[in-house]
Design a protein around this ligand. Structure first.
Ligand code: FES
Ligand code: FE2
Length: 393
């Protein structure tokens, strides 16, 4: 297990290779992701039997689907005949899952139901023993998670995290999901992006013209098992720095005040190891998931919810700096102005993550001391220890 608190004297735990080498990447894909939970969607994505979403959890291609009894199920997205991928994207599969290759048919609970020309072609087939490979599914406050192994306990993984205040009720009629899923294609290792998201030391400096803080002494990271939650203990600062957000949030937005923060909705980031970032804020709620593509590339998928009829900060994909109309993704290659002039803190983060990744290519790359304290860079040390715990020895 990782330590249950942040280290006093944080230091870099991972070698440079962890961020740049193909062998590290492949080991993570197989080993780390086979032991962890990944975000699969929200319960509103699965209202009817047959509603499904496909999820890439490291090297594992998974399906979450609602079965005919109304239960959520998770399977590996491969046919038990010759392994063809069964479903793509998301949608409704109908009453059964039919493999497009030779039409083997599965019930929504994964049982193999029909095999064309079974008597002639597969006289000895034991259909009962040929169900889809099972995975695990867990639900917490309308958030759906999936694990590549069967019979895993999502509650055990959440632990005390389930007990802490939670800012938004996603099923609330006061909130609505914004129309666009936003996908960033970022030229950095997924851990570089994760570490930037938990780096409390940079908020007042890299983001001095956007977020402008809080400073490290107003940040608080707390550890919950393998997960971490950040709160700002700042009371007033945000009101002066980003008044337009606060003004909007004050007007019956339905957002709740989270622990340690006075501004409604402000000041919580829930980092669910390894790839899920839940961010409540005064203008809504976002769920970001990282999908490693290779050692040097990560997709960041962002879904946003806002109070109904209220769109001060909607994250329409086409409005974000770097929008590429051809792919529909946000890419640094499509920036038309300097990232620090965009006024968008996410763009600032992408910019610095890509700078980190370029620096990591040098064999001379070395990390110096990390900032002490729960609001500094101690969370980075904790995260890296957690990564090591899940990697082959
Ligand atoms: S691979 Fe699916 S039916 Fe053959
Ligand atoms: Fe940042």
């Amino acid at each position: 297990m990782p330590p249950d608190a942040l280290p006093d004297q944080p230091k870099q735990q991972l070698p440079r290779e962890a961020y740049v080498s193909d062998s590290w990447y492949e080991a993570e894909q197989k080993t780390l992701f086979s032991k962890c939970w990944s975000f699969a969607g929200v319960t509103m994505d699965f209202t009817e039997p047959g509603d499904f979403r496909t999820i890439q959890a490291g090297a594992y291609a998974l399906i979450v689907i609602r079965d005919a009894n109304g239960d959520l199920r998770a399977f590996h997205n491969q046919c038990r005949h010759r392994g063809t991928e069964l479903l793509e994207g998301c949608g409704n599969a109908g009453k059964t899952i039919v493999c497009p290759y030779h039409n083997w048919v599965y019930n929504l609970d994964g049982a193999l139901r029909g095999v064309p020309a079974q008597r002639e072609c597969f006289p000895d087939l034991d259909k009962k023993a040929t169900a889809l490979f099972g995975a695990s599914v867990g639900v917490f406050r309308n958030l759906v998670f999936v694990h590549p192994e069967p019979d895993q306990s999502f509650d055990a993984w959440l632990g005390d995290l389930a007990q802490i205040p939670w800012p938004h009720d996603l099923a609330s009629s006061e909130l609505q999901e914004n129309p666009d899923d936003v996908v960033y294609e970022i030229n950095c290792n997924w851990k570089v992006f994760f570490e930037n998201a938990i780096d409390g030391y940079h908020l007042a400096y890299l983001h001095k013209d956007t977020l402008g803080g809080p400073t490290h002494d107003k940040n608080l990271w707390e550890v919950f098992g393998h997960n971490m939650v950040w709160w700002s203990t700042e009371r007033e600062g945000v009101k002066h720095r980003i008044p337009q957000f606060v003004e909007s949030s004050a007007k019956g937005s339905g957002l709740k005040t989270v622990r340690n923060a006075e501004t409604p909705g402000y000041g919580g980031v829930y980092m669910l190891f390894p790839t899920t970032i839940l961010t409540p804020n005064p203008w809504g709620f976002s769920i970001s998931t990282m999908e490693p593509v290779d050692a040097n590339t990560t997709l960041l998928r962002v879904r946003n919810w806002s109070p109904k009829g209220w769109f001060t900060y909607t994250h329409r994909a086409a409005d974000i700096p770097g929008y590429d109309p051809e792919s529909g993704r946000i890419k640094s290659s499509h920036w038309t102005q300097h990232p620090l002039e965009t006024g968008d803190f996410q763009t600032e983060d992408v910019w610095v993550c890509e700078k980190m990744q370029r620096a990591l290519q040098s064999p001379r790359y070395q990390v110096g001391p990390l900032a002490k304290g729960a609001g500094g860079e101690a969370a980075i040390d904790f995260f890296q220890q957690t990564v090591l715990e899940f990697m082959p020895k």
